[in-house]
Design a binder for this molecule. Sequence first.
Ligand SMILES: Nc1ncnc2c1ncn2[C@@H]1O[C@H](COP(=O)(O)OP(=O)(O)OP(=O)(O)O)[C@@H](O)[C@H]1O
Length: 220
Amino acid sequence: MISFDNVTKRYPNGYDALSQVDFSLNQGEMAFLTGHSGAGKSTLLKLLMLMERPSNGRVLVGDQDLATLGNSQIPFHRRRIGVVFQNHQLLFDRSVFENIVLPLRICGFDPADAARRAHAALDKVGLLSKEKLNPVVLSGGEQQRVGIARAIVHKPQLLLADEPTGNLDPKLSEEVMRLFQQFNQVGTTVLIASHDLGLIARMPHRVITLQQGRLLSDGK
Ligand SMILES: Nc1ncnc2c1ncn2[C@@H]1O[C@H](COP(=O)(O)OP(=O)(O)OP(=O)(O)O)[C@@H](O)[C@H]1O
């Protein structure tokens, strides 16, 4: 599903955020990506989303070499991927429902179909009863669940998360992880960047560790 083949990412200032990274993730797998602050976790996720391009090596998503995709194809590529951020990036001038339905409308879904899918996504994260509220009144854990509903509403094959539990206490963090596991159990490939080593140790998943841009270890 994902393959990094000898990938180096050098930023324009000459800094190598990733050096010769090699790993692959099978379809339907769930893994954590960890490492110290600045190890290159976000950079690796940005390469998968085509927010950055590698300086060397190849990145494949679902057998497609991302180098073959031009900038005009980036929106189509991103429709295969769901992304969850630490700070939710929710729109606070719209309701919970509108936050979820908006990406579908932008993708051109029929309004009734978009509404049905948005309700199904909110139901999956247990927030259907809060659809009319403004996300600003929700707790941090609930806001993160809205972010997850928005990431999965278009049924992506690949779900990426960048420090999704960074602002949450241990109990809420485990709830969020359980949600990721549920999506993984129905076939979504999941990669979660996190430096919450305690939480990662309690989960039965593969752990890919970066250190100063290099792959330090890969296993459980
Ligand atoms: N656009 C950029 N230009 C130059 N250097 C960058 C750029 N983006 C990131 N870096 C550097 O690349 C390194 C890796 O950054 P990255 O954000 O990938 O790390 P990270 O593991 O996600 O860190 P954190 O856990 O703190 O978010 C850091 O030293 C960072 O300063």
